[in-house]
Design a protein around this ligand. Sequence first.
Ligand code: TYD
Ligand code: MG
Length: 458
Amino acid sequence: MAKAMSKTKVAFVCRQCGGESSKWLGQCPHCQAWNTLEQVNIAPLKASAHQQGYATGRSEVQSLAAVNTQVQERLTTGFGEFDRVLGGGLVSGAAVLLGGHPGAGKSTLLLQTSCALAAHSPVLYVTGEESLEQVALRGRRLRLALEPLQALAETSVERIIALCQELKPKVLIIDSIQVMYVDEIDSAPGSVAQVREAAARLTRFAKQTGTILLLIGHVTKEGSLAGPKVLEHMIDASIMLESSADSRYRTLRAIKNRFGAVNELGVFAMLDQGMREVKNPSAIFLSAEVETAAGSLVTLAWEGTRPLLVELQSLVDTSHGGMPRRVTLGLDSNRLNMLLAVLHRHGGVFSGDQDVFINVVGGLKIQETSADLAMILAVVSSLRNRIIGRDLVVFGEVGLSGEVRPVANGQERLREAAKHGFKRAIIAKGNLPKQAIPGLQIHAISRVQEALDLLSNE
Ligand code: TYD
Ligand code: MG
């Protein structure tokens, strides 16, 4: 019996998706990626039973109604945008993963956050990637108040936890989880086994002591290091810091959040003085140009809990060669193909011999269907070389039979447009607000053809 208990079991975990398999396979059965399974030792049953959950030792059955849930106090990160993505700030005992590509600005953002938090709570910043000199140099250059911040250069999880038991920080920051290691596990730092175990131990420590844990995790294109995917099930919130290739803007997005809404978007700019939050992101997603060109059009996207004005640019040009090109940046290219078919069939506009490019200004990715109508009108504007007035905003979903459908939060979107000085809107009938919005003339339509007619009269 005792023998069976202490026997370690092995499992195979996919580096890409974190899925487990009981035997080694060339292809992950969960995400179909090739050559991504890695062997992981599963701790003996006795040890793992308390490693998995967050129970703190006592176990007694209670009525859920009797469980004490006083209002969770939330610590502010010093950035309104970061707080909003987190669902209103950091909650005691929460484990938050900040993921992103190398160079996205994760270390910078968390160093700034640490200094803001350290002003009122004890914070321990653990760096395993940079030396303390490098961190201090960066902090000085960014003119941060470094005195109250405790820093440590360490990669051993056991030692970090032992030190935390002594120091009792309210917030523990780990930069990054990929360089941390647990002594008992004999694979290299960065391997799935190490990353999983290191994160599990730190998370357990956070839960048991009410410490807020912020983990930095790198995402690599090839997935050669165990990525945030492997950790997603054990942490409370997974936040991604994303940048577009040549943009100084960074977006912060919650992929998973036990304490708030997902898909909330925060916008930052990477400046010489570090990360600066952008409080009015609509302004950056509209190109600064006063002179507008044909093919350019403003739409209203919905990000998390707020509307965002964004500019679409389309270029339609005669195609040379067999297959005309359909290129989208920040939008779904299948959606564009579908919309071009709708445009032909229900709007009588043929683009089969044209290359079509569409871009979202500012590097934003639009994941909802509300940009459909704007995509169609941007294409037509470029094809006909007609400039669309800068005071017009367009949103609505387009269906396969050429109908224009309403989208969620129509009223808030229209109010945002009016606030930014837009004078006219083309929207779906179903989005017509009950009360007129001052300063905004609304064209409510039900078919794509009607939008094309409105455009001809521009
Ligand atoms: P960093 O926070 O080190 O990224 P990560 O930890 O995600 O790998 O930031 C790296 C980039 O940010 C680097 O290319 C330089 C740039 N940067 C600035 O533009 N301004 C600054 O003030 C700082 C500190 C960095
Ligand atoms: Mg870094």
